[in-house]
Design a protein around this ligand. Structure first.
Ligand code: GTP
Length: 596
């Protein structure tokens, strides 16, 4: 298709504002999927995505659309909606000329919509404002059209009103996409350049790479080069999804489609990288390529130690389809053998954990998530700390932690509550704007570590669920951070070490020591539980010694019950961990890590 007949667009929407439903309706109206054959929410592939109603992996679909005599091809590029995947979102946006800004007409704009809108504007996309779900009795299209117009300029009347559910207004939207969004422009005769906006591992076909061609042409059977690594591959297949993969005679300027090269690992075909011809290579990449960098780390341990090899294989498998997942073996005194895993953010962590448990049948225990710290020592060397127990000994000059720029949207009655929360979490206010008389956007710089620790739950409970949050990485800052160790009978329990702000060290120590006192069984001797910063003890609790034979006391004469109990104890022994002389059932550690 000639570039002037192409339109590349994406849909920007907050979770639940109806993106998938609208996308399905477009597929149906353009005849790409007939209503009967349509699986609900065609674009969301993975079960977890569907169940949680979130879109993780982006994909593209090509739809034919006739306006007058002209036959257009519309490429709809699906963007991941969540904060953890900002870079992937930005790459999907970079593959488009326009964006449909979809807002639930009963809810109004949310933080995520806003964050993605800013990204779209940075990429110079043409934005089409659309209010969705106008069939809802609670819809207030007038009010929110005003809000949208305030935000992006223009007339409230320009805002389209649609219902993905009933199909109302969707034909007009497709026409508007053709009319308003500019067609792609590129150098048809130049060396081929295509940007990767997604790559997905498929069991049967290996990695399927989704690209948008910027210049030149990519043809079947040609040899291609990945610009970031200079790795070359043969193009086994090239085509478009509509929505099933359909091979074509190649992809030209502005076209969106998929490539198959036979590689088996998404790391060989990375989002953001530029594909070019190996014979006539381009020198300049399309935009800047960024390595996915894990921001949040956590230890994952199988509850049953014999599952360790299963966990290792499972992580290897997940990694094929997840370029951002990092892991290395870790041994913990308290939890045994496991892996230290790195994630883009909390949702990413949750998704991986859930997939491990569900798809691989693993029971896992994870340590409290932590961010990456840079520790500068007195001799000017810098240590990157991804695990609190690896915090360096010796004279520390400075500790730096990652910070984020956060955008919070809430009804104005909650401004006070949100500001207080941000202040407690060491936030620095950057600005505040009223979107309408009763809705406010607050912008803060916050340490990522403070967000990782139940920030979102707190935000929701303080605003009765009305606030929304989005954030993006914003570098690092120096902070007064210390490592707090938890000692059991004078031995450090590695899984409980944490890096916290100096002002919060005491509270953390008291909390952990108290919690452990509750769950650690009594021993034959007194066991001190201490929290310490370096050699300085900041909190202490004691598990008192057993005084009598508990068995005799509890169960008196009932010999069968006694035997049963002994048997159970023997079973339990397998799961006992020794911290120095203290025997602790693994369940106790799990309990202590579980409930925050
Ligand atoms: P994520 O994939 O989580 O981003 O969600 P989404 O934005 O794709 O939303 P989805 O299409 O899954 O719709 C969310 C909910 O809104 C579902 O319960 C839909 O049935 C409902 N919904 C979507 N569009 C409409 C609409 O036009 N009218 C009404 N009444 N409900 C709608």
């Amino acid at each position: 298709t000639a570039p002037n007949l192409l339109r590349n667009f994406c849909i920007i929407a907050h979770i639940d504002h109806g993106k998938s439903t609208l996308a399905d309706r477009m597929l149906q109206l353009t005849g790409v999927v007939d209503a009967r054959a349509m699986r609900a929410q065609y674009l969301d592939r993975m079960d977890i995505e569907r169940e949680r109603g979130i879109t993780i992996k982006s994909q593209a679909v090509r739809m034919p659309w006739q306006v007058g005599d002209a036959a257009y091809a519309l490429n709809m590029i699906d963007t991941p909606g969540h904060v953890d995947f900002t870079y992937e979102v930005s790459r999907s946006l970079a593959a488009c000329e326009g964006a449909v800004l979809l807002v639930d007409a009963a809810q109004g704009i949310e933080a995520q919509t806003l964050a993605n809108l800013y990204l779209a504007m940075e990429n110079d996309l043409t934005v089409i404002p659309v209010l969705n779900k106008i069939d809802l009795p609670a819809a207030q299209p007038e009010k929110y059209a005003e809000e949208l117009a305030n935000l992006i300029g223009g007339d409230p009347e320009d805002c389209l009103r649609v219902s993905g559910k009933t199909g109302a207004g969707v034909t007009e939207l497709l026409d508007r996409i053709v009319a308003d969004i500019p067609h792609p422009v590129g150098d048809a005769d130049g060396p081929a350049r295509a940007v990767i906006f997604d790559s997905v591992y498929d069991t049967y076909r290996g990695v399927v790479t989704y690209v948008r061609v910027v210049d030149g042409h990519l043809s079947p059977r040609e040899r291609i080069t990945m610009l970031s690594t200079r790795a070359t591959h043969d193009l086994l297949e090239i085509g478009v999804s509509s929505p099933e993969p359909t091979p074509t005679s190649g992809l030209g300027v502005g076209e969106v489609g998929y490539l198959i090269t036979g590689v088996k690992d998404v790391r060989q075909s990375r989002v953001g990288d530029t594909v070019t011809s190996a014979v006539k290579p381009a020198t300049e990449p399309v935009g800047e390529y960024r390595e996915p960098r894990p921001m949040v780390f956590s230890g994952l341990f199988p509850i049953d130690g014999s599952d360790y090899p299963v966990l290792r294989d499972a992580l290897d498998k997940l990694k094929l389809n997840d370029a951002a997942l990092a892991f290395e073996p870790e041994t913990s005194v308290a939890l045994g053998f496991g892996f230290r895993c790195g994630f883009l953010g909390l949702l990413h962590l949750e998704i991986v954990r859930e997939r491990l448990e569900r798809e691989f049948n693993l029971d896992l225990i994870s340590t409290a998530p932590n961010v990456v710290y840079e520790v500068e020592m007195e001799d000017r060397t810098t240590v990157r700390v991804t695990n609190p127990s690896g915090f360096p000994e010796g004279k520390v000059m400075e500790v730096r932690e990652p910070v984020v720029k956060a955008t919070i949207l809430c009804p104005s009655e909650f401004i006070g509550a949100v500001m207080e929360l941000c202040q407690n979490r060491r936030g620095i206010q950057l600005g505040m704007d009223y979107l309408s008389a009763d809705r406010v956007e607050l912008r803060y710089t916050l340490p990522l570590a403070e967000i990782v620790f139940d920030f979102f739950d707190q935000l929701k409970s303080r605003t009765r669920g009305y606030a929304s949050l989005d954030y993006e990485p914003a570098g690092t800052q120096a902070a007064d951070l210390v490592k707090v160790d938890i000692l059991l009978n004078h031995e450090t329990v590695d899984a409980f070490s944490a890096i916290v702000h100096k002002d919060k060290a005491y509270a953390y120590g008291v909390m952990m020591a108290g919690k452990l006192r509750e769950i650690i069984p009594r021993q034959q001797f007194e066991v001190p539980i201490q929290a310490a910063v370096g050699a300085r003890v900041i909190a202490r609790e004691t598990v008192r010694a057993l005084r009598k034979d508990m068995l005799a006391k509890c169960y008196g004469g009932d010999i069968t019950r006694k035997r049963k109990l002994l048997e159970k104890q023997k079973e339990g022994k397998k799961r006992m961990k020794n911290i120095g002389r203290v025997e602790v059932p693994q369940e106790a550690f799990i309990a202590a890590l579980g409930s925050e």
